[in-house]
Design a protein around this ligand. Structure first.
Ligand code: NAD
Length: 367
């Protein structure tokens, strides 16, 4: 590779080639001569908790267009195990104090923020200002202003910002999004959806802490909110909801939330989420039929059926690998990602409106 073009520029130019036609890169090199390491985008996981450890790092062993190359962690004790398991060199290990120096590391193209939601905005912006593409877990941030700041930081630094909405990459989910768009069963009339689990978070868990983005609505409620939007293909005009807790351990945050979204044309979506009740369904009624996914947001086994007897069989795919490959391709090809920051912002606007409605005795809040 010529010294006169940066690695990022090289990957950008080569992007179209790597995605589809393997003959020649835009720069004129036979792609077969490219060192393999350069073909995949380098991802640094920021936060090595349950989701990074259990899902994302393993999925990054299956991805075609990106790979795990770095870590950012505040827990020195985790470093040796991660370095050994994933062959991560010393130079690609960061902590939260020196994360901005990742700017000098050409091995890392993307930082993936997998921290408690209260920390998403600050570290997404550190990543963007370091010139790295940013993938951010859901819920995107605590409030619309933080989301907007993240979007602005990405734009100003010429990097992509995407939200880890893995469902939008899942094949059966994409099928029902298409049903809605193409009105295969007529216009969508109503949506019923829920995502929650019956669990118990231990003392110290951020999911019990309001300032960190705890509570069922932030944690799980963004799934039914996002689903109501992708199933209808519309944005709600008004929202109402009710939040409450039954167990004392959730005295700071909602253990349960129910909500309704009113869409143009009178379409209503009813949603629920909980830390104290297990639900996992997406039912869509249309003018000429209906379809549903159940489970609709599990890591595996998302399946569906339609009113005319079709079954949508679960795919044998790894959702997180699909998501990260799609997001990596969007970067390589300089195309809009499937779930850009604006998607996360819309959902957080709705989250805040549901919270306001609950405080106001279930009043409809216009958005
Ligand atoms: P977790 O509690 O298991 O991990 C959080 C990590 O953040 C830990 O490694 C912790 O050490 C670190 N951390 C750094 N500073 C912290 C602080 N001040 N307080 C608490 N922790 C701090 O959480 P998780 O389940 O891995 O969730 C992380 C993110 O991933 C959240 O945004 C969550 O919503 C999201 N998530 C997404 C999915 C999905 O399917 N897309 C699934 C699980 C979690």
């Amino acid at each position: 590779m010529s010294d006169s073009i940066s690695r990022k520029e090289f990957i950008r130019r080569a992007g179209g080639v790597l995605a589809g036609t393997p003959a020649l890169s835009a720069a004129g090199f036979p792609s077969i001569l490219l060192p393999e390491k350069k073909e995949k985008l380098g991802v640094a996981l920021v936060g090595l908790g349950g989701y990074s450890t259990g899902q994302l790092a393993p999925a990054l062993q299956e991805t075609e267009h990106c790979e795990l190359r770095g870590i950012v962690t505040g827990s020195p004790s985790k470093i040796p195990k991660w370095q050994q398991k994933y062959d991560i060199p010393d130079g690609n290990v960061y902590n939260y104090e020196n994360m901005q120096t990742i700017a000098n590391n050409d091995e890392i193209d993307v930082v993936y923020i997998v921290l408690p939601p209260g920390l998403h905005a600050v570290y997404a912006m550190v990543g963007a200002r370091a010139g790295k593409h940013v993938w951010c877990e859901k819920p995107m941030a605590m409030n619309p202003q933080q989301c907007q700041n993240m979007i602005d930081a990405a734009k100003e630094n010429g990097v992509q910002l995407t939200v880890g909405y893995r469902m939008q990459h899942e094949p059966n989910t994409r099928t029902i999004i298409r049903y809605g768009e193409e009105e295969v069963y007529g216009a969508v009339k109503s949506v019923d959806t829920g995502a929650g689990y019956n669990g118990r978070h231990s003392l110290g868990s951020w999911r019990r802490v309001a300032a960190m983005g705890g509570g069922a609505l932030y944690d799980m409620g963004v799934y039914p909110i996002n689903a109501a939007r992708y199933a209808t293909g519309m944005e709600p005009v008004a929202v109402r909801g009710r939040q409450w807790s039954e167990r004392e351990i959730y005295d700071q945050v909602d253990e349960f939330t129910e909500f309704e979204l009113k869409f143009p044309g009178g379409v209503i979506a009813k949603g629920e989420t909980a830390f104290g009740k297990s639900t996992n369904y997406l039912n869509v009624k249309c003018a000429d039929g209906s379809y549903s996914l159940q489970p609709f947001q599990s890591y595996h086994g998302v399946r569906g059926k339609t009113s005319d007897g079709k079954t949508l069989q679960p795919c044998r795919c790894n959702q997180q690998a699909l998501q990260m490959d799609n997001d990596a391709l969007a970067i390589k090809n300089d195309q809009p990602p499937i779930a850009p920051g604006e998607e996360g912002l819309r959902d957080i606007e709705i989250v805040k409106a549901i919270m306001e409605s609950s405080r106001k005795g279930r009043e409809w809040i216009k958005i």
